[in-house]
Design a protein around this ligand. Structure first.
Ligand code: HEC
Ligand code: HEC
Ligand code: HEC
Length: 440
């Protein structure tokens, strides 16, 4: 009996040493609060640059609660481990980052540790922001520190055990956080390298577009940009695995980034709309660089294809009798806006996506198309794209399913299985404004 007890004792002591050692190793000191930087510490040029960089990094998209004041935090982000709330990043000295030195800010952005020395959850994309260079990091700090300070305490994040032990994130970082800049690839042109810097850094494109493993770490290699899911939306692949019926070209990507719309593919709705809002403000040179980088994940030999001929071919023959319910629903509810063959019509309602070219109708998942019909597009990515009404109160689950599968059949695609049930589920789970973003 005594030998058994001794054995248990040895195991316990070892455990305490290991756990103690882990906490000692992962311990991060608090960084002393500083006085707020005096007015005039930053040049106007630096502040203006920081503003553009903040738009590129979508800081306000995540750090603003629905209906809340910009950057005061409180957006609930659903993660597999519970709800994480974003923080106040205005320079308020009590509830925001007003007492953060540049050193503290830089540590949070590149190492995921806050001023108090607490590890931050990777719902905050510091795994991407660690790539941001010193000059840009300083400009971001200059911009944030010169914004209005707003006193607002967002709800505290309280995950369940063991996820509430923030030191555990150190182990996650050990596996998934690759600190430092994107290594320059000298075999590629400077434009490509600039695009990589933007996409892998502030743009954090892979946070949404790459699938994740069971520990919520982004998959790389062949899985990079291979598509994922987010808050009910299916995030399309940016690789040749895309379901887009016509291959993307660099010009298509530029138009999509600049205007939130590519006549040959469709528009940016859902979680991509606020991303475009930030991208559309960037310089043409940077958007072309981003396009060049994204293009390198696609098959470079693909022929762009003739959009008009492609659409004409899809409508060459009607697949059903003209009084078929699907056609009637389309004529009644959609044709007034989605009828022309070119995709773009200059009208007060904005652009007109040509649905025979829309990635979402060719996707394996019906979610994006169904969500757009249920909830409409209330906030356009840019003023030129326009909005679309919600049909949740006009069309039943069965009608939306018939409409979508009729279009699929007309375009020569298999029907989506169990569609009425899936539309019903999305109708219930994804009320507009329930919450807009969740962890990836
Ligand atoms: C995808 C959503 C998302 C984006 C985009 C984002 N953040 Fe955050 N950020 C978070 C979350 C969530 C937290 C809190 C994490 C936690 O509590 O562990 C956070 C925390 C922070 C913190 C630590 C604050 C504190 O009080 O501990 C700073 C600083 C910060 N973010 C700055 C930024 C900046 C600057 C940008 C834009 C370049 C940005 N964030 C973009 C989600 C985001
Ligand atoms: C917050 C999540 C999120 C982030 C961050 C994000 N995307 Fe997206 N992206 C989406 C979603 C969701 C869609 C589908 C939108 C739709 O169909 O209306 C999309 C669509 C796209 C498309 C259109 C694909 C197609 O075939 O229709 C491109 C191109 C794209 N994103 C590129 C990017 C790039 C480049 C970045 C980084 C600068 C980026 N995205 C960052 C979520 C995101
Ligand atoms: C009042 C005009 C209008 C009507 C009616 C309308 N739409 Fe739209 N639709 C738009 C506009 C404008 C966009 C692009 C908006 C944007 O992205 O900001 C759009 C976008 C879409 C998209 C593409 C979304 C994406 O992410 O690429 C789909 C799919 C769609 N509509 C389907 C339908 C269907 C099906 C109907 C009929 C039930 C319908 N629309 C009725 C104006 C309309």
């Amino acid at each position: 009996m005594r030998t058994l007890k001794k054995l248990v004792l040895i195991v316990l002591v070892l455990l305490i040493i290991v756990i103690g050692g882990f906490f000692a190793l992962t311990h991060q000191p608090a960084i002393e609060p500083t006085a707020q930087p005096p007015a005039g510490s930053f040049s106007q040029q630096q502040i203006d640059k920081g503003k553009l960089l903040a738009a590129m990094g979508d800081c306000a998209v995540c750090h603003t609660a629905p209906g809340g004041v910009k950057n005061t935090g409180g957006l609930p982000m659903a993660s597999p481990f519970g709800t994480i709330y974003t923080t106040n990043i205005t320079p308020d000295i009590d509830t925001g980052i007003g007492r953060w030195s540049y050193e503290a800010f830089e540590r949070a952005m590149r190492h995921g540790v806050n001023r108090d020395g607490k590890y931050l959850y990777p719902a905050f994309p510091y795994t991407a922001f660690t790539r941001v260079n010193d000059e840009d990091m300083k400009s971001l700090y200059a911009f944030l520190m010169t914004q209005p300070a707003v006193k607002h305490q967002p709800p505290e994040t309280a995950l369940k055990f063991p996820f509430n032990i923030r030191a555990g994130i150190a182990a996650w970082n050990w596996v998934y956080l690759k600190k430092g800049p994107v290594p320059e690839d000298t075999t590629k042109p400077p434009e490509w390298n600039r695009g990589a810097y933007l996409a892998e850094g502030l743009g954090h494109c892979s946070a949404c577009h790459s699938p994740r493993d069971q520990f919520a770490g982004e998959l790389g290699g062949a899985q990079k940009f291979a598509g994922s899911t987010l808050d009910g939306w299916s995030v399309p692949a940016l690789t040749s695995k895309t379901s887009a019926p016509l291959p993307w070209t660099a010009e298509d990507l530029y138009a999509y980034f600049k205007h939130g719309f590519s006549p040959r593919h469709g528009s940016a709705a859902g979680p991509m709309a606020p991303v475009i809002h930030g991208l559309s403000q960037q310089s043409d040179a940077d958007l072309n660089a981003l396009a060049s980088y994204v293009m390198s994940f696609k098959d470079g030999n693909a022929k762009p294809g003739d959009a008009e001929a492609f659409v004409a071919d899809k409508f060459k023959e009607s697949k059903f009798a003209l009084d078929h319910e699907g056609y009637r629903l389309f004529e009644g509810a959609c044709a007034s806006c989605h009828s022309d063959a070119t995709g773009v019509k200059d009208s007060m309602f904005g652009v007109r996506p040509q649905l025979a070219l829309n990635t979402n109708l060719y996707s394996d998942s019906p979610n994006n198309a169904a969500l757009v019909i249920l909830n409409g597009i209330q906030t356009a990515a840019t003023p030129t794209t326009g909005t679309m009404p919600a049909f949740r109160h006009n069309l039943s689950d069965a009608q939306i399913a018939t409409l979508l599968n009729t279009m699929r059949a007309q375009f020569g695609l298999q029907p989506w299985a169990d569609l009425p049930a899936q539309v019903g589920k999305l109708r219930k789970d994804k009320e507009p404004g329930a919450h807009r973003l969740s962890a990836h």
